[in-house]
Ligand binder design. Sequence first.
Ligand code: F6P
Length: 322
Amino acid sequence: MSRKIAVLTSGGDAPGMNAAIRAVARCGIAKGWEIVGVSQGFAGLVNGEFLPLAARDVGGLLAKGGTMLGSARCPEFSKDDVREKALRNLNRAGISSLVVIGGNGSQTGGAALNDMGFPTLGVASTIDNDLVGSEITIGVDTALNIALEAIDRLRVTAASHQRGFMVEVMGRKCGYLALMAGIAGGAELVLLPEIDFEPAEIAEAIHDAYRRGKSHAMVVVAEGAKYNAEALVRHFKTQSTGFELRATILGHVQRGGVPTAYDRLLATRLGAGAVDALDKGISGVVVGMNQGVVSTTPYAEIVGRTKGISPDLYQLAHVLSR
Ligand code: F6P
């Protein structure tokens, strides 16, 4: 039987994906596997876009954000005939197993291929940190640090002008990035998808901060929250909060940039863990980091679920904002 691993990156790119590709390639080669990269995620599988990866092909990648393989959203992969085509391409290329580096949607695609009998496993990678099976995922630390840098900068101008800023951060339907950025950035408020709120309560909380003598108000809004930053600023035009309000949307800025040391190390360890698992004949799992240890969680425990936020940390953010 051939010993050939294909590796792809899928969904939103996350800083550190390149380090994971490098680790899969170099650790795989060290264990006698042949390594093949797949361009543009699942779309590349469907189109048969494979490229051999030798040790030198993955050099100079650690400090680069994005993914050298390219990534894509591939909603068609939920169709049986599209997956059949991918499976045929994998078999024709003599590939024996597949590593999917990505988040929730990507791991769902990987699980479907595994269910079709093709040995597949995932590496937990998304800036959103919403993937069950890994306490922290590749890209979160870098995205959080980018958000923090923006918040720190905004606070300087906010305090100079006695303004309030609604800073919107990414995270899809998960408030993790917003909550952590709020705590580490000293926000007056964090607005999360997991917590219901009405604009009137938010206006009152900002007004209260004004009355308490704060020089500014920093509100971190998760993109999946009930109202986004621009909608809230529009709403508050007719309601006094004491501060003049502005909205800043960080968006994809959070996904670019140089991966932090933490993300490079996490990605390297998870990539190496993926090869270790395949070498032991393990597939049908996602490789993640739990309690400081590289571990595997079956697809069945991951697909269709989303990680929640810690209520204790949400409370802490509230207490610290006094
Ligand atoms: O999943 C990562 C993420 O950046 C989310 O935070 C965001 O909602 C989404 O991807 C944006 O997707 P796209 O880059 O396809 O617009």
